[in-house]
Design a protein around this ligand. Structure first.
Ligand SMILES: NC(=O)c1ccc[n+]([C@@H]2O[C@H](COP(=O)([O-])OP(=O)(O)OC[C@H]3O[C@@H](n4cnc5c(N)ncnc54)[C@H](OP(=O)(O)O)[C@@H]3O)[C@@H](O)[C@H]2O)c1
Length: 311
């Protein structure tokens, strides 16, 4: 049973912010955008091993944050099939401890989850009340994390997102750009449909919501605490996404486009099964917080522009 929060986060002038996983795709962007909100303590794997419960608890007690942003996760979807315990330690146990420590301090806890908690069996966008049924260990461990955070209660926001990429880190976009320099032809799966979402857009939306919460714009905690889908709008297959990447990268990054072939999932076997259709509806996020992320095409354009000026 979750406990109902009763008081709003204290409206401090300069809330202390702890960002766990600040070296990841999302963590880097959160650290940049929250810089004007208050003092930031950013931690990466060097500072804390989230698989270690005692270290994780001690981290929050020492940092004493007013806002705790958890951008860390075990995100190696295929490797998770053979590292189940580690995936659960980072994706379930660590968020539970972070949520407990945030609750003790009456802090706001922000957590992220994934479209891979769904089995992909729908043909219309998934809403928060749809029944999860993960197809792989990563999805199951992330679902367990969502449930752990909710069961702790307190003031939390869990944002489920999908197909995250950006100018840094391990992601589909950067993999495509690298492969294009190595190969003339690429075969890309065309029967998995999702919503590519940039780390930059996620950080912006999180910033806007957290600031609104702290300013009291969204009412009492029971009015906003909970789980929301947060993705760029629109949908596309991996093949369609790759085609869009190369259409613009040719011009912006002076990249020779490889010849693309659309293939079926069955022709590209991976250790972890993936949902065929995992587009997430953002209707709840928009209704509650009046926040709308960009269409995926615009977010891709922005990311390629960033890469083109990065040198
Ligand atoms: N990537 C996606 O496509 C995707 C899709 C849907 C949802 N999400 C969710 O979105 C959130 C952000 O994902 P992201 O793509 O930004 O992830 P990411 O780039 O893989 O970053 C995750 C961070 O967590 C750190 N981490 C992993 N294990 C750790 C440990 N034992 N101790 C300390 N740090 C550890 C990683 O450090 P190392 O780099 O050293 O391993 C990395 O910096 C996550 O909750 C993820 O589940 C991601």
């Amino acid at each position: 049973m979750s406990q109902t929060p009763t008081t709003a986060p204290s409206r401090k002038e300069n809330p202390r912010i702890l960002i766990v996983g600040n070296a990841g795709q999302l963590g880097r962007e959160l650290e940049k955008i929250f810089a004007d909100v208050g003092p930031i303590i950013g931690v990466d794997r060097e500072s804390v091993d989230l698989a270690d419960a005692a270290q994780t608890r001690e981290l929050v007690r020492r940092a004493a944050p007013d806002i705790l942003l958890n951008a860390a996760a075990y995100t190696a979807v295929d490797r998770a099939e053979s590292e189940r315990d580690l995936a659960y330690a980072i994706n379930e146990q660590a968020p539970r401890i972070l949520a407990e420590e945030a609750f003790r301090r009456n802090s706001l806890f922000v957590h992220y989850s994934t479209d891979y908690i769904f089995d992909g069996g729908k043909t219309t966008s998934w809403v928060e009340t749809d029944t999860p049924n993960p197809l792989n260990v990563y999805g199951a461990s992330k679902l367990a994390g969502e449930q752990a955070v909710e069961s702790v209660g307190g003031k939390f926001l869990t944002f489920r997102t999908s197909w995250v990429y950006g100018p840094h880190g391990n992601n589909f976009l950067l993999t495509m750009l690298r492969l294009a320099r190595e190969r003339d032809r690429l075969s890309i799966v065309d029967d998995q449909i999702g919503g590519p979402t940039t780390s930059v857009e996620l950080a912006r939306a999180t910033y806007s919501i957290v600031n609104g919460v702290f300013a009291g714009r969204f009412g009492a905690p029971e009015d906003w605490t909970g789980l929301y889908h947060m993705t760029c709008s629109g949908s596309v297959s991996w093949f369609g996404f790759a085609r869009a990447i190369f259409a613009r990268a040719a011009e912006l990054l002076d990249l020779k486009s490889p010849t693309l072939t659309a293939i079926a999932t069955k022709d590209y076997p991976t250790p972890a099964a993936r949902p065929r259709y995992s587009v997430l509806s953002n209707a709840k996020l928009q209704a509650r917080f009046h926040v709308e992320l960009s269409p995926w095409e615009a977010a891709l354009e922005e990311t390629l522009q960033i890469l083109s000026t990065a040198g």
